[in-house]
Design a protein around this ligand. Sequence first.
Ligand SMILES: [Zn+2]
Ligand SMILES: [Zn+2]
Length: 571
Amino acid sequence: MNNGEVARVFQDIADLLELKGESVFKIRAYQKAVRSIENLPVELSQLAAEGRLREVPGIGEAIEKKITELLTTGRLQYYDDLRAEFPEGVISLLQVPGVGPKTAMRLSTELGVRSAEDLEKAIVEGRVAGLFRMGDKTAENILRGVQSMRTKEQRIPIGEALPLAQEIMAALQERVPVRNLTPAGSLRRFRETIGDIDLLGTAADSEEVLAAFTALPLVREVLARGATKASIVTRGNLQVDLRVVPDEEYGSLLQYFTGSKQHNISLRERALRQGLSLSEYGITVVETGQLERYATEEAFYSRLGLQYIPPELREGTNEIALAAEHSVPEPIGPADVRGDLHVHSSWSDGRDSIEQMARAARAMGYQYVAITDHSKGLGIAHGLNEERVQEQRAEIRRVNEGLQGFRVLAGIEVDIRADGSLDLPDEVLAQMDVVVAAVHSAMGQEREKMTRRVIRATENPHVDIIAHPTGRLLGVREAMALDMETVFQAAARTGTVLEINAMPDRLDLRDVHIFRARELGVKLSLGTDAHAAEHLGLMQFGVGTARRGWAGAGHILNTLPAEALLAALKH
Ligand SMILES: [Zn+2]
Ligand SMILES: [Zn+2]
């Protein structure tokens, strides 16, 4: 059983316990384990073999036992017994927003509803309205829940969601006086995939802003428009919600709608212990019933005795405990990045010349850019052989002479062959400013072989950086079979940098890997893998991903000035 399958079992257990009306604490314990396991950079089977399961947050003695049973027998008696207590399909009804445990049981036992599809049919046929005396209204709410669940299943990659949100915000700002426009929800937390796009802003006249929003050229359909909120579907079939609120409520609302759910649950528990209750409108003093509204999130967190927590860190791990001690780390920001360490030019498969890429990088405020074209092994990418590497170095010298206060670093993205050897001889690599190495072929190798291959590359004294270390392409190709823990240890031991590739369909290393690599002392770098000048702007995706991995500027090499960077590289 892999981690995903184990997490699925525990998620079902949490849902079934909820149906059973068990204590919130018991349910929460399983949910916590689910989240931990989903985000684990190591396979549970490996940890189990090493006797280290208990090191995972959220895994105590009872859950450790259950994991061991699942891993050794492929089954779990406790789960089977629990499932036998309930009708088939009732778990899937609980996933529908608006359907609680009682409703799910009634739908299942009285109407024989087994799935969300059954449910939709039963609603359309009027059977659900008949079941609940409240009538059509309840049925309508549930129907909306079924539909929203369906759109939630189609999660949008952040590479699409963020540019769309930015386009909408820019268009609105051009048309109406609206302030503080920002994404909320999972987009603001910079998750890899986004459900609906939620936007939030403030204005003196909210209706004017909402009217402009629903009239934007990219709107295909207006789903709803009220006094403070409107929902649209874009021509690309994505749902976007905009809330426009008064300045004095902005902080509380932004906090509430940014989530995550788990973060907000933990926050609510903390507030209750302080005699406070939280809602989207603000903080209520329970004793007096007085509602306090907050214009900023900083003031909101401060009222709870907490340091401000950056949105990318609000995933319900231990960020609230750290905020209580005022020791939340400061994540890297876009302005910290001083150069791009992974860029292609027309010398291999890029579109633009070295000079064009350099000028575009300088225009972004960078101090340097590393030109890292492919090596000869990548025939389709017109990779460079020894001779052309020399010619390219001459061209880089020429470009550098014409650029004041900016430096083009002579780099290469050398191919890691199937056996872990490199595609260019050491003498050639020794002359480069930066050597980036990457796997581009034989990506289906089995785990042990692939791990040895990458480790061999880290052990080459000339390899500074391993690019897109896991090789995944979001929604297209799974990560290569790699023992990441061992790769991290090798990178730390050899002083090899691991890249956070900022291409939105890569985001590789991903958040949980960054988190773990950092813990093991691995140095990291950011690179866009730009193949054209406009790709340099993709750096924002790398920075967001680094933030989700709790990486600060100090963890990322290309926040250093050029000289310090070169001194910090291995070769
Ligand atoms: Zn590559
Ligand atoms: Zn590349």
